[in-house]
Design a protein around this ligand. Structure first.
Ligand SMILES: [Zn+2]
Length: 298
């Protein structure tokens, strides 16, 4: 009787210690991966990046391979959960059956926060995969910001591409951007926002159209290794929230600015340029997205 009691006590004690140690020391580590297409390894032509184009099927597979390399590395670096956000065009490029089965996938472009949909304070690290240079960069494959209608987005006096805008969202939530993959210009531009980011250059932009690609297997190895290291070293940062976000957006047409004046908070400051101010970055981001994506007067 006494022996049986001791045994039960011992087993319960061991389970208690195990439960206590696993909740205290095995920390959850959530990683957010935003995947665009222009900066993916092996994507080189503009007949590869939209649905219906002859080489689109190839590039969505290549996109999944770069994403999977980052996911594998993230788990090796200690991630316990990985959320992937399809961030290109229709945002329905990544097929769930092609993706590492451990990752969750956010799809479809009808999102208020576009390329950073679902990102919040609960994440520990952000990875950008397949990113490209901002609009009007003299070099950089398929350089643009948001969509082809944008000439520039300037926030508090600073010109921002997609990497810059998404970084300000990550900073708002206090989640560090630890890694980016893309062409050399995309990586260079990201370092201006996050100097300590790990950059994996998968191709060198010769101009806006021509690139020199690295061997695919080598690029995938580097993405996986960089994800492992950067997720392993990631530390949460303090939320960075500015007093206000003053946005100036220059379009490539006069129609979007004219339609935008229907909203009283948006001022027309030139026939092709609007300005507005917000005290929250997510609010500013949503308005920027409405302007380039959801107003379509043509
Ligand atoms: Zn993009």
């Amino acid at each position: 009787m006494c022996v049986a009691f001791r045994k039960v006590f011992f087993v319960s004690f061991v389970s208690f210690v195990f439960a206590f140690s696993s909740s205290s020391f095995a920390q959850a580590r959530k990683v957010y991966v935003s995947v665009d297409m222009e900066g993916i390894s092996g994507v080189v032509g503009d007949d590869q990046t939209s649905v219906g184009q002859p080489e689109y099927g190839r590039s969505r597979k290549l996109m999944a391979e770069d994403a999977n390399a980052a996911i594998r590395g993230a788990f090796e670096g200690g991630a316990t959960e990985v959320v992937v956000n399809d961030s290109h065009g229709s945002q329905r490029n990544l097929l769930p059956e092609d993706l590492d089965p451990r990752a969750r996938l956010i799809s479809h472009s009808f999102k208020r926060h576009g390329m950073v949909e679902g990102l919040d304070e609960t994440f520990d690290a952000v990875i950008f995969v397949g990113y490209h240079a901002k609009a009007d960069s003299p070099r950089g494959l398929f350089a643009h910001t948001g969509s082809g209608v944008v000439k520039d987005v300037i926030v508090n006096g600073r010109s921002a591409g997609e990497g810059g805008l998404n970084t300000m969202m990550a900073q708002w939530f206090g989640v560090p951007v630890v890694m980016i993959t893309g062409d050399d210009v995309a990586v260079e531009q990201q370092k201006e926002w996050t100097p300590n980011v790990r950059g994996v250059v998968v191709k060198r932009a010769i101009n806006m159209r021509a690139v020199e690609s690295r061997p695919l297997a080598e690029a995938l190895r580097d993405i996986q290794a960089a994800a492992k290291e950067s997720v392993g070293a990631a530390r949460k940062v303090a939320r960075e929230r500015l007093a206000s976000y003053k946005v100036r957006m220059q379009l490539r047409n006069f129609t979007i600015p004219e339609v935008a004046t229907a909203f009283s908070e948006i001022q027309l400051v030139a026939p092709d340029t609007v300005e507005f101010s917000r005290t929250s970055m997510p609010e500013a981001y949503r308005i920027i997205r409405v302007l380039y994506r959801f107003i379509n007067p043509d």
